[in-house]
Structure formats: C-alpha cells, structure tokens
Design a protein around this ligand. Structure first.
Ligand SMILES: [Fe+2]
Length: 242
C-alpha cells in the first residue's frame, strides 16, 4: 500500500483543529468577475483559444476523455508542465493576482498551478444518469486543492454544485483510503446518510460569461453535468507548495 503521508497528516490535522475549535474557516468557494484580475485583452485571447479548441471537437478532431466520456479536454491529463508553452492558459495560471487571491482566501501556502485545461462539455439528454465526477465526491488529492473555473458564456445552474458544510474531515475517518492513499471519495451508504442531512445547504450557480468560480474541492461537490447548454470553460487547479 502506498502511504500518502501528506494526505494522512492533512486529514488528521483538519480533524484535530475542528475538534478543538481553533480551525479558522476558509470558504468552500468564491465568485469573481474577469476584471478583478484579468485584463479584457487577456480574457479575449483565452476565449479565442477555447473557441478554437471547441471547433476541433465539433470537427471530430478531438475525442472525449477516456475516463470521463462526458468531457472533451484540450490537455487530457492537464499536467501543467505538459501544456504548450505559448498557450495563454499558462499566463492566466501564474497570474500574480490570482495566486494572491487563492493564498489569501483559501489559506493555501505558496499555491502552485498543478493541472490546467480547456473543457467542452456538451449538454446531456434529459434524465441521463450521472457518472464519475458528475456524482457527489471529494477530489482525490489528499492535500487541499483549489480549482479555478472560468466560463466563456453564461452558465445556468447546471454547472457545479457544492455543499459548503461538508468537508472531507466530516466524511472520512482517519483510517480511510482517502486519508492514507489520497483517493477520491464517492460516498458509501454511511456517508450518504450524512449527506442527506445537508441537502438544504446545496449551492448551485447561475453565472455570467467571464465569471470565475474558485472552489476548494475538499468540500463535497459535483459537476460536468450540463443539461441546459453546451459548456465551454477552462480550469486551473492549485496545490500548496510546501
Ligand atoms: Fe471534483
């Protein structure tokens, strides 16, 4: 068994802090406008790159992801060092203002871009069953990860949903695959019962074009399930650099 010490320690400390009440709450998410930290020009360059990628998807030149067949991704794994050097998403990912916002709001120590890509998600047919990350889950990274989503058109409430009152430390025991191996959490029966009590805390979002949703994905969330419109976005995920 591969022990992910960092994941284990993170959950352990998080549980301790909550138990003894000295945990300063950080938000599950924040919403920002483009002009909070991206110039109009840089936004339009990003959008143009996203539109080009979407055209390739329409032309059949790009296939859906192997593991998540509901999403088309420009960079399949999205590893930051595999991204084309001239891709504007890199300038966005390393934007000083954005790094400061993540550090200040989510208390991520020296945040470093970890993964990034453009996503095109076609709308699903009515009553399509949710799968993979479309289901409630907590991201697999053991450490706290913050993800920034930028939408290139208005997004209805079919985009990401989050339950701010449910963090991994409320759902995972200390000896769990998540705590030790850093696996994702797809709730079991016991955890489902906890989630049921938090249904009224679900947050959905109606967002305008150019809006950023910045989310701490160690909170329970689900996404990638668009039933109202095709969706074009890009994302960058950040991990602490310790
Ligand atoms: Fe996720």
């Amino acid at each position: 068994m591969r022990i992910n010490t960092r994941a284990f320690l993170d959950i352990f400390l998080e549980k301790l802090k909550f138990k003894f009440g000295f945990k300063k709450n950080t938000p599950s998410h924040i919403i920002l406008k483009t002009n909070d930290f991206l110039s109009k020009k840089d936004y339009l360059i990003l959008k143009e790159t996203a539109e080009k990628f979407k055209k390739k998807c329409h032309g059949g030149n790009i296939e859906a992801n192997n593991t998540k067949n509901f999403v088309y991704s420009k960079y399949k794994k999205g590893k930051i060092d595999e991204i084309e050097k001239n891709d504007p998403i890199l300038k966005f990912a390393y934007s000083k203002k954005l790094l400061e916002i993540i550090h200040k709001n989510f208390r991520i120590e020296n945040p470093q871009p970890h993964r990034a890509s453009y996503w095109w998600i076609p709308a699903v047919k009515l009553n399509t069953k949710r799968e993979m990350s479309q289901l409630w889950h907590i991201d697999p990274e053991g450490v706290k990860v913050v993800k920034v989503f930028l939408y290139f058109h208005d997004v209805s409430d079919s985009c990401m949903q989050i339950i701010p009152t449910l963090r991994r430390s409320s759902l995972c025991s200390l000896i769990s695959r998540h705590a030790i191996d850093g696996y994702g959490v797809y709730p079991d029966l016991k955890q489902r019962k906890i989630i049921d009590k938090h249904q009224e805390n679900i947050e959905s979002f109606n967002l305008k074009e150019g809006t950023f949703l910045i989310a701490d994905t160690s909170h329970l969330h689900r996404g990638g399930y668009s039933f109202k419109e095709n969706r074009l976005s890009c994302y960058v995920s950040y991990k602490p650099n310790r």
